[in-house]
Design a protein around this ligand. Structure first.
Ligand code: AMP
Length: 456
């Protein structure tokens, strides 16, 4: 498919230029970051903090509690949940044998860890539903491209022990709120892939369709393999031939049992009532093995990549009612979602979402001479502990350099402590906007600074 070909060429080209660049800088290829990995440097973290804070605050508002689980887990956890037939487990896992001979993996998604933690920590005995959220890295050995990393980060939410479709809707509502409050216009695709009861009949029909003469031969090699292992995944394939074959496949909605139909209708009614726009996408199945019932995916609207058929999702989720039981717990209806942090950050950076600035009422503390520096360091701690937004450049000797830094930081006031002020037990206070300076009694410095800040 052209998209794959191009992205392959682009990657090779990028790699070539990257290697050239390293050579020019005299850097060894072995001492630079791995392919598909990313450094998040200084200012960019403000966007990360914004996304994570927005998502966490909203999760808390809706009653979710934070949980942290290890990044390394037994390999078996993913084989049993994410599934052997998923690309994630069959092709993309960072799995290895550790020093004790145990087969372990860097988590390729967060949900299985949360299911494990729910069972292992006896949460079955807590009042239900148990709602939790977690944020952190995941690892998938994918082909790196724009928006696709080998280490990426997800914001994950799960609701354990709630069969009502309100729970499915709640997840979509929260995701919608997170993105719209970050000023990202999204498209929400929704489907229902049936439960254990209704799916069996559908799978038979679907397999029959793909095995019809002529159809099977047109499938990509991966789909030929999936046809026996997990035929639902054929609906999710991105290869051109498989996409066109999918058009004629029987839609699952025609096979849903009464209960699934009722729940699906309810989810859509809630979305309508809350004015959350969505598209029914009867081919949406998602890439993991454990989903049952509702599935949904979120993409950004008007993505320039869309026309190239390469639109990347910002998040997705759904119901997985059988997984807790499959792991040895009590039957527990569960649903969850995962949002990608990198892609969300990239989106808000390009759409110019303003960051809240924390540059009001900055007080810069400048010093001249070693004795003044020592006294300034004590004063700095005192002012900082009293809650003032104080900044410094104690490693610098020149007053000019320090004033330049104060200016660059947008300081409102600069306090200057030099030899003369040390002798007179005073300190100089300079209003950075007007340039006016005043000498004040050293003992009164904190009161005077607070007076001026509060007067703003
Ligand atoms: P998934 O667990 O595949 O449903 O992914 C949920 C979300 O995580 C996606 O919608 C993306 O935003 C993000 N994501 C998944 N894989 C990657 C990746 N390799 N690089 C960047 N973001 C990713």
């Amino acid at each position: 498919m052209p998209r794959h070909k191009n992205s392959g060429n682009n990657n090779q080209r990028r790699d070539f230029f990257h290697k050239e660049e390293l050579k020019q800088k005299g850097l060894s290829e072995k001492l630079v970051r791995l392919r598909g990995m990313k450094d998040v440097i200084f200012e960019e973290n403000k966007y990360w903090d914004l996304v994570i804070k927005k998502a966490s605050d909203l999760a808390e508002v809706y009653g979710f509690k934070k949980i942290q689980t290890p990044i390394l887990e037994p390999l078996e956890l993913y084989r049993k949940s994410t599934g052997e037939s998923s690309d994630i487990v069959s092709k993309e896992m960072y799995a290895f044998v550790d020093k004790n001979g145990e087969k372990i993996a860097l988590r390729p998604e967060i949900t299985p860890s949360l299911v494990r933690a729910y069972i292992e920590n006896g949460m079955l005995n807590m009042p239900h539903p148990v709602k939790m959220y977690s944020v952190g890295p995941i690892f998938r050995h994918e082909k790196p491209q724009a928006g696709r990393y080998r280490q990426s980060h997800q914001f994950d939410m799960e609701i354990f022990g709630e069969a009502s479709p309100v729970a499915d809707f709640l997840l979509m509502l929260i995701a919608y709120n997170i993105f719209s409050e970050l000023q990202i216009d999204i498209e929400l695709q929704v489907n229902n892939i049936g439960c254990k009861q209704c799916r069996g009949e559908y799978i038979k029909k679907l397999t029959g369709y793909y095995k019809e003469r002529g159809n099977r031969a047109r499938l990509c090699n991966d789909c030929k393999r999936r046809l026996d292992k997990n035929p639902l995944r054929l609906l999710d394939c991105k290869e051109a031939n498989c996409i066109s074959l999918k058009e004629g496949a029987p839609p699952i909605v025609d096979f849903l049992c009464e209960d699934c139909k009722k729940k699906f209708t309810r989810v859509l009614e809630y979305l309508d009532e809350m004015n959350i726009p969505y598209n029914l996408n009867l081919n949406l199945v998602r890439g993991l093995d454990y989903y049952t019932g509702t599935v949904f995916e979120i993409t950004a609207k008007e993505d320039p990549e869309k026309n190239q058929g390469g639109q990347l999702s910002l998040g997705g989720g759904g119901r997985y009612d059988t997984l807790v039981e499959f792991f040895g717990g009590r039957p527990t209806p569960t649903c969850g979602l995962a949002l990608g942090i990198e892609r969300t950050v990239a989106k808000i950076k390009t759409s110019g979402v303003p960051l809240e600035k924390d540059d009001k009422n900055i007080i810069f503390l400048a010093q001249l001479g070693d004795a003044a520096r020592r006294k300034a360091m004590l004063l700095f701690e005192e002012l900082r502990k009293s809650g003032l937004k104080v900044k410094q450049a104690f490693t610098r000797d020149s007053l000019k350099d320090q004033l330049e830094e104060a200016n660059a930081l947008g300081a409102k006031l600069t306090l200057i402590l030099g030899q003369k002020e040390m002798n007179d037990k005073t300190i100089l206070i300079r209003d950075m906007e007007s340039g006016n300076q005043e000498v004040i009694d050293y003992k009164k410095v904190k009161t005077e600074v607070e007076k001026r800040i509060n007067a703003v």
